[in-house]
Design a protein around this ligand. Sequence first.
Ligand code: XIL
Length: 378
Amino acid sequence: MSISRRVFLRNAAIASTLLTIKNNAIAKAAERTGIKDFYKDDFRIGTAISTSTLLKNDEHMLGLIAREFDAITPENCMKWEPIRPHDKEWDWAAADKFVEFGQKNNMYIVGHNLVWHSQVPKEVFQNESGGTITKDALTIKMQDHIAKLAGRYKGKIHAWDVVNEAVEDNGSWRKSQWYKIMGEDFIAKAFRMAHEVDPTAHLIYNDYNTETPVKRDFIVGMVKKFKKQGVPIQGVGLQEHLSIDGPSVGEIEKTILALANIGVRVHVTELDVDVLPSVWNLPTAEVSTRFDYTPERDPYIQGLPKQVEEKLAKRYEDIFKIYLKHRDKIDRVTLWGTTDGETWLNDFPIKGRTNYPLLFDRGFQPKSVYFRLLDLKK
Ligand code: XIL
């Protein structure tokens, strides 16, 4: 058994005994030994919290998150559709709990997100008679949304994903409703508005497939232009929805270097590693992508074979070695969820599969990949 596994098991045992006798001081000390502490001199280690964890107040999950992570992102509850299903209707329940949990545990709290083409009601882009809203009216709506959402948590949220996924994989503007109605200017406007509402928040542009050369170049060009124009942007988020086979860590490294070179901080915002067979040509995290279920596309229902588990651990190790090499450029590495049981990749892009992309298994236990990442820091 490796030293880190022994340390982990010992600490977990201590923590659970102490929890029962409620000896706070020592329990706190034992709790402070999650993966975040191994990486404390490098970057924060974060996770995404699901709406059901927050609303059910799932103590098992929240306890694990508090021990292991020091940064949090809401998986869904701050997106436009769930938080504002209609223009005049807000649902703050989960988002308020999310911020409260982060504050209680002294965490780096990320807001996700202010402007995105997905998970946004159609109504946002319509006028009262159901036609397309004008540019001016949409600009006012964007302003109102940012003022209310970022304004409510002003001074509490450390970083905002201001604009999510405005660029296509082929290195062109995504022709979203935001783009079609407001023009490419919608991005700079959103950043200026967010800065005005909460001047201390760190503002991020967030996207997937940032390792694809044409997409990387386009994003770098966009951010460079923003910096020149004084648009308040301080970070770029690499979602890092990766597969076990690619992209290469060399391409990931090129993106980190290119961004650091133009003076923005790098955030890994949504890391997970898909182990299931890929059934499409391009890897994509575009959330509307759907494929049919077939048993061949879901081969690990009974468990992950040892050699695939080893391949996954090696893949994570290679990825983290690159992050560690560039720890001076990276503020945070956030995983998109905590346990394999809750990952969105069980339902994306095919509903109902059994995936294994995260650090903890379905029984909330750390996987071999977790220990591999601790070993990197020994
Ligand atoms: C995903 C969530 O994990 C799912 O629960 C939801 O159904 C769809 O969105 N890029 C993003 C995230 O920025 O917000 C997405 O999250 C995953 C891709």
